[in-house]
Design a protein around this ligand. Structure first.
Ligand code: PEP
Ligand code: MG
Length: 770
């Protein structure tokens, strides 16, 4: 318990440090005290020189800090780092790897315990404690303590290191260029632009720190917010007076007391007077209160932290209302946020958005899907990036590799500019294919369809030669509103899509919310959202939503007769039967109202493993099947499609996924039903080849991928693709399969459709640094 509370307060202190140096100084001094040792030091691995630098110490000569450094595998520190495990020695100087630095005064110390500081598999440095007496060997408990400290602090250190790097400083204090951060690719392409950091409303954690332009105005805004929140709370208290017991009512008194002039508002006002803008001052005070309450041992007081946070949010939301932040979007805007939302994209003036960067999410997040539709290069899941520091900085977004670069050098900028130009040229060349059929050299045809959500997608896809819509994500128009769209509004959205492609088929999916897709006006909070209430489960529980949607679709299809309806997240046959029952009901009602409509084809999405094993039963009940490989991959591999920590494990070329895809196509065809695919795999040139070989009747993808996929399909024979499929089905590793497919594409002359090799960019970045 003692250990735990030491750890807790250490982490909190380090978290609130101003910069990396302060964080490290706190670590060495607290650890030295807690363990009662003579020396505690931190060495960090400088990525520039690949050497360990002594960054902070308690017990060694202070002047050695920043002076002493060791090669990557030099000395005991290098040994700990390269072996990635603790090293506990009673007599360090007698170890063959011991290195002696007179500058540190180290000869006086004998016992040595070093543990690596590792974050996401990357060794950041080594934490060392030392002791003069050899009789004082560090015991197992101490070793375990140091390992725990290091594991807890690795994230904080990575974060502050990145903060320094963005402001253009390396560990050694020298100017740094081409500072790169790795995430996952969200949408392909390269962008060079200036970043604009946006943050969601009323989220204190992401409020940037900045000075007040006009202190009196900030004070006035803040006072207004306090008054408004007081009134809100008094109103709520009054409204609930009859429903709450007196002791519960007291809660509101606590709130109101916290809003008294002496309490929180007084402290915030003081900070504003010191020159911080109101939201920043509020954030600082709230965080301080929260830390204070959280450290209390009393459970009741710990709970107060929740109240303070809530009050903070309420105040912030009034502040933001009082003065909507007026964002300036430069000519080449790279939008950066903790969590990008579709609404944020909508706010950038037309033609200015060149790139997107999101800390949360991964390549299958909704915003990434939208970005691909719009052709905006995107990087997602940049776990340790201090977002606020990026505001206004020049950034390169490499959406092929999932990398961004801050403070780019001339050389790096030129390198990426060349890639941008090449991409433009490629796209122009492919437009010539627009009216050519998607047919292999040996005469096998398959339909190339497009995935849409916004009208932008439709416009783009028409110019790219799509033969219809394979997936219209109806939740997209729902997401950009602040309430459910009415039947009439829905009818208008749907009509646009249907008309644009008539007489070609337009496949509309019924509302697929839940999981990662949420509607602000219909929030769903669950422990396990991807295994919870989403897709068809929500709409069958809310027939009023489903019925209105189907009615709007059917009415919109009048006179066009090209509507198909698709049901998401089906896990059993009764969901299909219930949905069909509702669709028939609406169909008859709408006809009775006098509309001249036809019964649409109805299909089922295969995205849950259970559906893979019931293809025949499902297919018997509907007109077509469509595989949602994004979800199917996530559920087969048990890898959250939005969690950047496991993004490396999310692999649609996994043999289990490929085997499932083969089986789905076979079983659907065995009962004579067509089967398509509308997950991202369909838009990947290599993936498309394999799916064509498996016999998929249609591939539905984002508009930007369509010309590339078409040109690949038109250049190969089906026989060749089948051979490739047979070869890769014998392999057992997703990475080997990917390389094998890439190689085949390269040999077939499509090397330029693959993203530029990581080695090229990395080598260039290195060259530019040196
Ligand atoms: C899928 O899961 O593959 C799919 C196409 O649906 P969504 O990405 O919208 O969940
Ligand atoms: Mg899905």
């Amino acid at each position: 318990m003692a250990m735990l509370s030491i750890l807790r307060s250490l982490v909190q202190e380090v978290n609130s440090a101003r910069d990396l140096q302060e964080a490290l100084d706190i670590i060495v001094s607290r650890v030295q005290k807690a363990m009662g040792t003579e020396v505690c030091s931190v060495y960090l691995l400088d990525p520039g020189s690949n050497r360990y630098l002594l960054m902070a110490t308690e017990g060694l000569y202070r002047k050695a800090v920043g002076q002493v450094s060791l090669g990557y595998s030099e000395g005991l520190v290098g040994l700990v780092g390269s072996r990635e495990e603790p090293l506990n020695l009673e007599d360090a100087p007698s170890h063959p790897r011991y290195r002696y630095f007179p500058e540190t005064g180290e000869e006086r110390f004998r016992s040595f315990l070093g543990v690596p500081i590792i974050h996401h598999r990357r060794v950041l440095g080594v934490l060392v404690v030392q002791q003069r007496e050899s009789s004082r060997c560090f015991d197992e408990g101490e070793e375990a303590f140091l390992v725990t400290v290091s594991a807890q602090l690795a994230g904080v250190i990575a974060h502050s290191e990145a903060t320094g790097a963005i402001s253009g400083m390396s560990l050694t204090g020298e100017e740094a260029h081409d500072v790169s951060f790795n995430g996952v690719p969200g949408a392909p392409g390269v962008a060079i632009g200036n970043s604009v950091v946006v943050y969601p409303a009323a989220d204190l954690d992401v409020v940037p720190e900045k000075p007040a332009d006009d202190i009196d105005r900030e004070l006035e805004l803040f006072r207004g917010a306090v008054k408004a929140v007081r009134e809100d709370i008094e109103r709520v208290a009054k409204r609930l007076a009859s429903q709450l017991r007196p002791e519960e009512q007291a809660l509101f008194d606590v709130y109101l007391r916290m809003l008294g002039d002496e309490a929180l508002p007084g402290e915030v006002a003081n900070r504003i007077r010191e020159g911080i803008w109101a939201p920043g001052a509020l954030k600082q005070v709230v965080q301080q209160y929260v830390r204070h309450f959280e450290m209390m041992d009393d459970h009741y007081l710990q709970e107060r932290a929740v109240d303070v946070r809530d009050l903070g949010r309420r105040l912030l939301s009034h502040l933001q209302e009082g003065e909507q932040r007026h964002l300036e979007y430069p000519e080449h805007t790279v939008l950066v946020s903790e969590e990008l939302t579709p609404a944020m994209l909508g706010e950038v003036p037309k033609g200015r958005l060149v790139g997107l960067v999101s800390v949360k999410g991964s390549s299958n997040s909704h915003v990434a899907i939208l970005a691909r539709a719009m052709g905006v290069p995107t990087v997602m899941g940049l776990v340790d990036i201090p977002v606020n520091q990026l505001d206004g900085k020049e950034l390169i977004v490499d959406g092929f590799e999932g990398q961004i670069f801050a403070s780019p050098s001339e050389d790096l900028r030129a390198f990426y500019q060349a890639i941008c130009d090449e991409e433009d040229e490629l796209v122009r060349g492919l437009e010539a294919l627009r009216d050519k059929p998607s047919e292999t050299t040996d005469g096998h045809r398959l339909s190339l369809l497009v995935n849409t959500g916004l009208m932008t997608d439709v416009v783009r896809s028409l110019s790219h030669g799509a033969e219809g819509i394979g997936l219209y994500r109806t939740e997209v128009p729902f997401m950009i509103k602040d309430r459910f769209p009415s039947e009439q509004e829905q009818r208008e959205y749907y009509r646009e899509q249907l008309e644009a492609f008539a007489p070609n088929p337009v496949t509309m999916r019924s509302l697929d919310v839940g999981g990662d897709k949420s509607l602000t006006y219909f929030p769903i909070h669950e422990e396990n959202p991807f295994l919870g209430w989403r897709g068809i489960r929500v709409t069958l529980d809310h027939p009023e939503i489903f019925l209105v949607q189907v009615r709007a679709m059917l009415k919109a299809s009048e006179g066009l007769n090209n509507l198909q309806i698709m049901l998401p997240m089906i896990s059993n046959v009764s969901e299909v039967e219930e949905s069909l029952h509702l669709i028939y009901r609406v169909y008859h009602e709408v006809r009775e109202e006098g509309y001249d409509i036809h019964m649409p084809k109805v299909g089922v999405m295969v995205e849950i493993p259970a559906a893979v094993y019931q293809i025949r039963e499902l297919a018997d009940r509907v007109d077509f099947l469509s595989v949602g490989s994004n979800d199917l991959t996530q559920y087969l591999l048990a890898v959250d499609r939005n969690n950047p920590r496991v993004a490396q494990l999310y692999h649609s070329y996994h043999p289990a996924v490929l085997q499932a895809l083969v089986r789905i196509a076979q079983d659907a065809h065995a009962v004579g039903k067509p089967v398509g695919i509308c997950g991202e795999l369909a838009g990947d040139p290599g993936g498309a080849l394999l799916l064509m070989a498996m016999g998929y009747d249609s591939l539905s993808m984002n508009a930007a991928s369509l010309p590339k996929v078409k040109s690949v399909i038109r250049s190969v024979s089906r026989e060749w693709a089948i051979q490739l499929l047979e070869d890769v089905l014998l392999l057992d590793s997703p990475h080997v399969i990917k390389s094998c497919v890439d190689l085949a594409l390269r040999n077939a002359g499509f090397g330029r459709y693959l993203r530029p090799g990581k080695s090229t960019t990395a080598a260039l970045a290195e060259q530019a640094v040196s």
